[in-house]
Write a protein that binds this ligand. Structure first.
Ligand code: COA
Ligand code: AMP
Length: 632
């Protein structure tokens, strides 16, 4: 049996050979002659002289290989009470038809298309239709509001927007169409047209000449064939939070993405063609892109598109029902989903109601997996629970337990070891490696492996500044942590102002920008405080303009609404308070980390650089008013 250590060493000894061999899993129109092209370093390109098509590899080739009648997608929606199956043959026909209609309306290779859709198969079809004709999709998560959508429209300058009339949250219809209309109104760039999937729950009002009905739009068009694209051509842009209100457009190239995802499906997730894989995330996040859509379909597996929540749709047994009913082999979700289930069903009474003989592994990612949650999941499901660590930028795991190669001993609190392609180092502030067991910044030696971001959309300088400047020769992950003597990684915290709320990556900087736009707010700070369910919650501190004598609770309410309206409900911004001053260093830097410690009830040493230590007592007082530090 080959071990992880052998495979990792094999990659390190000859990365070129490793990736060329992995590339054999892809159907090429023209085979690449080499894996890495570093001629434009630090903008690395993989399989750049290969010619391929991602949609062909994810759909058509499985039909050609005799999998036409196999389910490609199982849509399970406890919110609408419906389930249906899309086979590979049906998926091919539906995608080819939508792609043909887009093409007929002038969408061509390299054009951008924004997709704003809930968890319905049509969202997957829209992504694949773009891939089929070489258009670049950019999916925007449904929980973002009009302003966030407008920012993405202006950055990606899409030719078209594909959307649904609505999304469905428990007890609430999310009206997408007014959000799209408002976003297009706000944005400088105007897309040529919109395609709207009218759902039963809401029929959206269309704008004549600009909006087209999903079905009518495809009527009578010629289905599109798969367009040959260059290996390094972009497949998609996915925006993610940085330190400012301007999100980063992470670019994903076609070929490296296919090669890497196929490698992970077999070697990390231990999935074979025909098996059922379920990533309980959303197509708006990177987990959804990689493991709801592309990886399972590239492999010829069956993917589950789940429109629901871990609890409340209708109960904490939903996940077990889906696994039991559809024969899921591996479930991938965020730890917060398990914390929610555990809170509703601590004894796991629902677990015993659903036999789950198919389930072999549970994978967790998106935020730190706390040991208590892992232990509870292990006890309930009696399968290995695998934490793995990755980012939108990489598109797949940097560190994982490669179950398909060997199940390595699980160490609670560690996402296990670096995957082939990633030479992970822990660095001090000066960029020197620290001894094993010592905390530092986590960096990856360049080049990053295939499928990771080659740059940011239209922002080469920002790419270099954000990731490559602090530690020359390395990619800066933005995470801090350590490595133990066995090479196991521990991911402890972010080194920037990014917070993680229910597995969703959010920017406190973006929230501060919104709060600062309130007419009564002179200055503000947003921090992430620990939360038992969501991991972290954003909390705002507001300093008001001199002379403002309006009631504070009124201003707080307006600020909460402002963040919800501008960024969206997903920000979960509900905690805010008014303070006289913010604690700062003598050079004027807000001491956010100190505020976080006070809120979490951790030991706080007054920073030597603080301008006025008394302000910390004022912050303590304000936090007490909000119920922090929380009991327990
Ligand atoms: N469209 C519109 N609104 C959305 C949305 C969407 N796609 N997804 C979430 N929202 C809204 C919710 O309705 C909620 O609004 P509210 O303030 O009116 O209640 C808000 O955004 C926060 O949503 P969420 O983070 O889902 O919190 P919740 O309290 O509704 O549920 C959990 C808590 C733990 C059940 C939920 O966060 C969860 O399932 N997490 C799994 C995490 C995950 O899949 N992460 C992806 C990375 S792997
Ligand atoms: P995203 O780009 O939304 O996937 O968020 C990536 C960030 O989430 C990482 O940089 C980490 O801060 C955090 N993260 C993801 N997975 C893990 C994990 N397994 N353990 C700890 N943090 C994680």
């Amino acid at each position: 049996m080959t071990t992880y250590a052998e495979i990792y060493a094999g990659w390190k000894a000859d990365p070129e050979a490793f990736w060329m061999e992995a590339a054999e899993a892809v159907d090429w129109i023209e085979k690449p002659t080499r894996a890495l092209d570093d001629s434009a370093a630090p903008f690395y390109r993989w399989f750049a002289d290969g010619v391929c098509n991602t949609c062909w590899n994810a759909v058509d080739r499985h039909v050609e290989a005799g999998r036409g009648n196999q389910p490609a997608i199982i849509h399970d929606s406890p919110i609408t009470g419906t389930k249906h199956v899309v086979t590979y043959a049906e998926l091919r026909d539906r995608v080819a038809s939508l792609a043909g209609a887009l093409k007929a309306k002038g969408v061509a290779k390299g054009d951008r298309v924004i997709i704003y859709m809930p968890m319905v198969p049509e969202a997957v079809e829209a992504m694949l239709a773009c891939a089929r004709i070489g258009a670049i999709h950019s999916v925007v998560f449904g929980g973002f509001a009009a302003h966030e959508l407008a920012v993405r429209i202006d950055d990606a300058t899409p030719k078209a927007i594909i959307a649904a009339s609505c999304g469905l949250e428990p007890g609430r219809v999310v009206h997408y169409k007014p959000l799209i209309d408002a976003a297009i109104e706000q944005s400088k760039h105007k897309p040529d047209f919109c395609v709207i999937l009218q759902r039963e729950q809401e029929v959206a009002k269309m704008i004549e000449g600009r909006d087209f009905d999903w079905h009518g739009f495809q009527y009578g068009v010629e289905p599109a064939a798969c367009e040959p694209v260059g290996g390094a051509d972009p497949l998609y842009i996915l925006y993610t939070s940085g330190t400012t209100g301007q999100p980063k457009g992470v670019l994903r190239p076609n070929a490296g993405h296919m090669v890497a995802l196929l490698w992970t499906m077999r070697n990390i997730y231990d999935i074979a063609p025909g098996e059922v894989f379920w990533a309980a995330s959303d197509v708006g996040w990177v987990v959804g892109h990689s493991y709801i859509v592309y990886a399972p379909l590239l492999l010829g597996a069956t993917t589950i598109v789940f429109e629901g929540k871990p609890v409340g749709t209708p109960d904490a047994g939903t996940f077990w029902r889906v696994i039991s009913e559809h024969g899921v082999k591996a479930l991938f979700t965020a730890p917060t989903a398990f914390r929610a289930i555990k809170r509703d069903d601590p004894k796991g009474e629902y677990v015993s109601k659903y036999p789950m003989p198919s389930l072999k592994t549970l994978f967790l990612a998106g935020e730190r997996a706390d040991p208590a949650t892992i232990e509870w999941a292990e006890q309930q499901l009696k399968v290995p629970v695998i934490d793995h660590w990755w980012q939108t930028e990489t598109g797949y795991a940097i560190a994982a337990n490669p179950v398909g190669i060997e199940l390595m001993p699980v160490k609670l609190g560690s996402p296990t070891v670096a995957m082939p392609g990633y030479d992970v180092r822990i660095l001090d502030e000066a960029g020197h490696e620290v001894p094993r067991g010592t905390l530092g910044a986590i960096a990856v030696k360049l080049p990053l492996p295939p499928g990771t971001l080659p740059t940011l959309w239209n922002a080469d300088d920002r790419f270099k500044k954000s990731y490559l400047t602090t530690f020359p020769g390395y990619y800066e992950t933005g995470d801090a942590g350590m490595m133990d003597d066995d090479g196991y990684l521990y991911i402890m915290a972010r080194t920037d102002d990014v917070i993680n709320v229910a597995g969703h990556r959010l920017s406190t900087g973006a929230m501060e920008e919104v709060l600062a736009s309130h007419p009564d707010v002179a200055e503000c700070a947003v921090i992430g405080v620990a939360d038992d369910l969501k991991g972290q919650l954003p909390m705002g501190f507001l300093c008001l303009n001199k002379g403002c004598n309006r009631p504070h609770d009124e201003i707080v309410k307006e600020c909460v609404k402002l963040v919800r309206d501008e960024i969206g409900p997903v920000a979960a911004f509900k905690l805010a308070t008014v303070v006289d001053r913010l604690p700062k260093t003598r050079s004027g830097k807000i001491l956010r980390a100190t505020m976080v410690k006070i809120a979490n009830g951790d030991d706080v040493k007054t920073p030597a650089t603080i301008d006025d230590p008394v302000i910390l007592d004022e912050i303590r007082g304000a936090l007490t008013g909000l119920g922090y530090p929380a009991a327990g």
